[in-house]
Design a protein around this ligand. Sequence first.
Ligand code: OXD
Ligand code: MN
Length: 609
Amino acid sequence: MGVEPNKAVAAWVDECARLCTPRSIVWCDGSEEERAQLTKVALESGELIELNQDKLPGCYLHRSAPNDVARTEKLTFICCPEKEDAGPTNNWMAPDEAYERLGGIFKGSMRDRTMYVVPFLMGSPSSQFSKVGFQVTDSVYAVLNLRIMTRMGAVAVEHLGDSEDFTRGLHCRADLNEERRFICHFPQDNTIWSVGSGYGGNALLSKKCLALRLASAYGRQEGWLAEHMLIVGLESPQGETTYIAAAFPSACGKTNMAMLVPSGRYEGWKVWTVGDDIAWIRPGKDGRLYAVNPEAGFFGVAPGTSARSNPSAMAMLHRDAIFTNVAEKKDGTVWWEGMEPPPEECTDWKGRPWTPASSETAAHPNSRFTVSIKQCPSYSEEWENPRGVPLSAILFGARRGGVIPLVYESYTWRHGVYMGATMASETTAAATGRVGVLRRDPFAMLPFCGYNMADYWRHWLDVGSGLKHPPRIYRVNWFRTEKDGRFLWPGFGENMRVLEWVISRCHGKGLAVETPIGYVPAPGAISVEGLDLSPGAMDRLFEIDHPGWISALESQTVLFDKFGDRLPQEMRQEHDALEKRLTLSYAGTRVERRRAPRTTVSAERHPPR
Ligand code: OXD
Ligand code: MN
């Protein structure tokens, strides 16, 4: 390696080697020669399969073990000294017990394997807030993915210098046995131990483990936020760019929105992608919030990605990409459900022959692509900006067939925090377990918050109270359906219509009406011109489903009660205030049937920012 690691790193790697007893140790430098060499090793071992190099140069396929295809939340632990500090929404294990249990599995686990040492940097090399991590791993697939997903190699070693302040990430696939699979986080030691899985979210320790679980805990101590959010810049034809961050649970369209291509109506608008999954957000001196994407690539969900849903993603996947668990076509290119009509025959994600008559999907529902952010046609130069981009709005989105309207705005920051805290979404294939079940997923951080979620809400309230110009906060729902299950809203590029309203609100222009749940767009404020909506669709997209809200309030109470005294009182107050507003308006609705909105407010009530 070009740059020598410091003494603390060398000592820690030595400790890992004594525990795992690898056959050899390779220090990675992130160079092109190294990539070529590791690819060769992975092709020889079968960890990677070469795709058609004429059509997809630099692209490879990885087929994981069939029992190792998604994040395993029930095997993911926060191992801080006090159980209460992990909180009721996290699994907790005492640190000593975790080190001992996992230590037993790590012991000798690399006996016949090479141990790779991967230095990586999260964030810009010119920011003092960026974080350095080292991952020790037995997986060449993990190294090649980290190379895309982070700034890897000498840049991280240089950034660290003599400091001991680096994340110590120990990873080994061991025997991939679910009984011996654990993903443990030790915030007090800046340490992650992950064993028994090669799946991205469990094995690329930079991502969920460091950039969300550990970073959220450090953010609380240091006064910033680590969030499961995309970051996007929307440039108007007049050249003004408005930055938005948006939290959605896994596999709910963050990557699509991050590189949205506005529909034809928005000629002259440009969308700039800063990030698709993780945002580190800090208050700036000017009283605004600034967001950076600490990652360097996308680990996107493949199924459903198509020229219609995400043309930019399709354009960036023609070279230098790693595909995981997708189907392979006869010509050595890739296919997944929803991409384009199915091929007559192909090889499925398990390596078996597949035809459209097969009973299983060809690609795994959580199959992925890994690709550098720089290959994205809408890549924003602001990704390099060490200060980040100023946020005008924060969106909370979830997958909800009913209840939640297409879009609404919070009254205040505090109301917005309550809106984020009470998010619920239908589960997806990104984690093991049942799909399509409604579960509370506060801030889309349920699987990623590294400390007690009640303290996390407190932290959000505190950060907001210190801001002179807080971003506006919205809930969005692209997934509301008709009774027969069809989506009411076309989504994808047409979401620009909703974003246009959000932007115009941020600039003091868009019109809204006040409802019991928050501000919704005034009639006509979201254009539907040229859309093929079913009759009355806009009414149904914004209908306030009183019984649905009342049962939502009940299930929020169940969530809030879990936190006992730790729950910020503000959350209870917002809950009660919403209940009161809904009850009052429901009484009115029953008498008058559908009431007209109470007040029409112009955006002047909120100063532009
Ligand atoms: C992801 C996830 O991979 O949220 O981003 O699962
Ligand atoms: Mn994610």
